[in-house]
Design a binder for this molecule. Structure first.
Ligand code: HMG
Ligand code: MG
Length: 299
């Protein structure tokens, strides 16, 4: 059966805005996050403490984070690629961080300037130090289903990275379909293999980009398997600057429309969320690609 409730991990402010060509003012980002919280989202990925030259769009992490960190009842995870990133996040009192690994060598190189094993060696002390400080750690795995350089990615290769992150002490994993090529059968196959390798479904979240319009079908397959954490970005913002074929994430509005239709609780007010994405689209100067945002805002 399907879960009674799903926890939405909102990534628009990070995965969405990291990909914008124009710099979004810090005050607009802060207002975006406050509006997302006002719409009922309780896990809002705020920014990344990565190298500012690698992702200039998020170079204002130090200014932004303190502007939103007092939102009551809202967890604000941040991305950290290494010790330097973790130190920056801890200095601001971040309570949740995410390391981000790749299932493929090509993307580890492109995104982290490391081999896959070098990147795992970087994460190991980062996860340990975060856990020692009582900080919750998410482990992303990118390119779980397909990779722009390597093509289809075998599930056993993904499982190796997932078990490594679990063994380091990550509290949760997020399976990234970075370029949005997965189909539902692959999702079922990977989740079953992960269970076989001792990764419990409770620690697995799914992170679908919507390039081929499969994100909702893939999400439903994951829910049927027992997954209850789903990543999405308000208005369908997003992409990855180091994976050219990536488009936006599954739009949070499209996800909420499906979940509420299935009787699954999210705590999200779809009207307020849509209004937030319409407002953000105005700030960015182009319409939201979300079908649900378009349908609800043209009523
Ligand atoms: P590097 O050039 O190899 O860095 O980049 P390094 O370790 O050799 O250090 C070089 C210099 O950078 C040093 O300064 C460091 O201090 C500094 P210097 O001593 O020369 O003056 N430095 C930093 N400064 C600030 N913050 C830091 C930091 N680290 C080093 N954290 C690095 C390696 C990992 C830093 C770089 O590759 C990087 O920042 N990559 C991030 C790429 C990124 O953010 N990608 C998007 C997020 S992943 C994603 O979107 C996928 C996801 O959504 C899931 C999915 O869809 O699949 C999560
Ligand atoms: Mg992503």
């Amino acid at each position: 059966g399907l879960p009674a409730r799903v926890r939405i991990h909102e990534v628009g402010a990070r995965d969405g805005l990291q990909n914008e060509k124009t710099a979004v003012p810090t005050a607009v980002k802060a207002e975006f996050i406050r509006r997302l919280a006002g719409a009922g989202l309780t896990t809002i990925e705020a920014t990344s403490f990565v190298h500012p030259k690698w992702v200039p769009q998020l170079a204002d992490a130090e200014e932004l984070f303190p502007q939103v960190s007092d939102l009551p009842g809202v967890a604000l995870p941040v991305l950290v690629p290494n010790r330097r990133g973790l130190d920056r996040a801890l200095a601001l009192g971040a309570g949740r961080v995410a390391v981000f690994a790749s299932a493929t060598e090509s993307f580890a190189r492109a995104n982290l300037n490391r081999t896959l094993d070098e990147s795992l060696a970087v994460f190991e002390p980062v996860v340990r130090q975060a856990k020692d400080q009582g900080v919750h750690v998410r482990g992303y795995v990118s390119m779980c289903f397909g990779d722009p350089w390597e093509g289809a990615v075998p599930a056993y290769q993904v499982a190796r990275v997932c078990t490594a992150l679990r063994d380091m002490g990550c509290d949760e994993l997020s399976l990234g379909d970075t370029i949005g090529v997965a189909t539902a059968g692959q999702v079922r196959e990977l989740l079953a293999l992960l269970n076989d390798r001792g990764v419990p479904t409770e620690m697995i979240g799914v992170h679908f980009h919507d390039t081929y319009g499969q994100a909702l079908a893939n999400t439903l397959a994951a829910l049927q398997h027992g997954v209850t954490t789903v990543d999405a970005s308000a208005g369908g913002l997003g992409g990855c600057p180091y994976a050219k074929s990536a488009t936006g994430n599954l739009a949070t509005e499209d996800l909420v429309w499906m979940l509420h239709g299935l009787g699954i609780a999210t705590g999200v007010d779809l009207g307020r969320l849509t209004a937030t994405s319409v407002w953000m689209a105005e700030q960015l100067g182009r319409p939201s690609p979300s079908r649900t945002v378009r349908a609800l805002s043209h009523k």
